[in-house]
Design a binder for this molecule. Structure first.
Ligand code: NIG
Ligand code: FE
Length: 427
């Protein structure tokens, strides 16, 4: 059944000639229709226009029994696309949170066998169904916060069986929830303790055993490597990317979070869809990213939570680059999938404008997960994935009111999946 949303205060991020992403000064130009209507049917955006254009009678006639929602005083925007998460994990790591407050760094915690290794040990002993249930609760949480498409990485298995287990859970989340889910194989997230003395042997396992097994089972769209100081080197990263590419997985990599690691250049060289984190980005890295087709994806939640510096978003935009912002939802460096909070961090900590962050969490993240043709903007023929906000003064209010829950209704595939006044857990 179709759905007609009427009297929308402002319908944000409308497109007639869809762009794959927005870059540079285009990021601050918002296309919107005030006092608008939006017609969704068959799971897609059919049409939109202004309440003054006199076309509603015709639409009501074409589809009798159309459900109508009035959005007076409210904004309608594309559902968030979160192109970088690790939301399949077991348990939590608040002990390390306290360690960090007491002065230990992320790298020091990792060296002590904490961090990713800690999550991997717990994940290995967690039954698959239990892992699914824990992850499903996180999916429900982000759906209510307005996320409609999400990329989820493996990487807490660090062994063939456990990595496959994670990827099967990701596939099950795709099959059982209304979100669009992309899967990324991140076997090269850290070195398991038993390989610490000979890390190249672990790279052998990733290349010769894990990648063929993942590909054989058809469980991953993308391949990722944590290319950074103390983790995987550029030569190790390149070996893994080559193997992933030869098995049909496009790279999307972690780079330059802890140092100028060469990860950005390696990502661009191998045609990565995105390079993510980028706290350490200089002139050379910016030049390398220009016209590359690789989306620079920044994760301000991780900088906030670890107390690290923020990626130079302003410099990137001024150089003409696109910028995407994702949550990095994971137990160690960003235990939150709240994309509206990510928008606020982008504004406050990275000096991005509210309209820039809106593009960065929708269209640009859709591109960073290969979904730009169907997601990320209000465009005829794209998926009917939209958020209706509560009554707000305007678009700038969304990141400004950084602690307020302003999501009133979430519509995915044209179906109302969440409404504040009918809060239920059934998805
Ligand atoms: O993106 N940087 C590497 N991986 C994750 C952190 C994972 C963890 O600490 O559990 C990240 O921040
Ligand atoms: Fe990450």
């Amino acid at each position: 059944m179709g759905l007609l949303i009427t009297y929308i205060k402002s319908l944000l991020l409308t497109e007639s000639d869809p762009l794959p992403f927005v870059a540079g000064d285009k990021m601050s130009r918002l296309s919107a229709v005030d006092n608008a209507w939006l017609y969704l049917s068959g799971g897609k955006v059919v049409d939109f226009g202004s309440m003054q254009d006199g076309r509603l009678a015709e639409i009501r006639e074409t589809e009798p029994g159309l459900q109508e929602i009035s959005a007076e005083g409210k904004l309608v925007l594309p559902a968030f696309c979160d192109s970088h998460t690790h939301l399949v994990y077991a348990g939590s790591r608040e002990q390390e949170y306290t360690d960090k407050i007491m002065g230990l760094s992320y790298e020091e915690i990792a060296k002590r066998g904490g961090g990713i290794i800690n999550s991997a040990a717990l994940l290995r002993e967690t039954p698959e169904d239990e892992l699914y249930e824990q992850s499903l609760a996180r999916i429900r949480e982000i759906l209510k916060l307005g996320t409609g498409a999400v990329e989820i990485k493996s990487g807490y298995g660090l062994g063939t069986e456990a990595e496959l287990k994670m990827l099967r859970v990701i596939r099950r989340l795709r099959e059982t929830t209304p979100l669009d889910v992309k899967a990324t194989f991140l076997g090269a997230h850290s070195f398991p303790v038993e390989y610490r003395e000979d890390p190249d042997r672990y790279v052998d396992v990733v290349v010769k055993e894990m990648i063929p097994a993942v590909s054989e089972a058809g469980l991953a769209d993308f391949i990722d490597v944590f290319c950074d100081r103390g983790f995987f080197t550029v030569p190790q990263t390149e070996r893994i990317l080559e193997a992933g590419i030869s098995h049909g997985m496009r790279p999307k990599i972690h780079a330059n979070e802890l140092d100028f690691s060469g990860g950005i250049q390696a990502g661009v060289k191998y045609g990565a869809l995105s390079v993510d984190h980028l706290e350490f980005t200089g002139e050379e890295e910016i030049q390398c990213l220009l016209d590359s087709g690789t989306m620079p994806t920044l994760l301000p939640g991780a900088s906030f939570f670890l107390g690290l510096k923020y990626a130079p978003a302003r410099k990137m935009i001024e150089a003409g680059l696109p910028v995407a912002l994702a949550s990095d939802f994971n137990p160690g460096s960003s235990p939150s999938g709240n994309m509206k909070l990510v928008m606020s961090l982008g504004c406050i900590q990275m000096r991005m404008l509210p309209v820039e962050v809106l593009h960065a969490v929708t269209l640009n993240t859709a591109y960073a997960m290969g979904l730009q043709e169907t997601h990320g903007s209000i465009c005829r023929g794209k998926k009917a994935n939209v958020i209706i906000t509560r009554e707000v003064p305007g678009v700038d209010y969304l990141p400004y009111a950084y602690g307020s829950d302003l999501v009133d209704t979430v519509i995915l595939n044209g179906e109302v999946e969440f409404r504040t006044d009918l809060d239920s857990n059934d998805i």
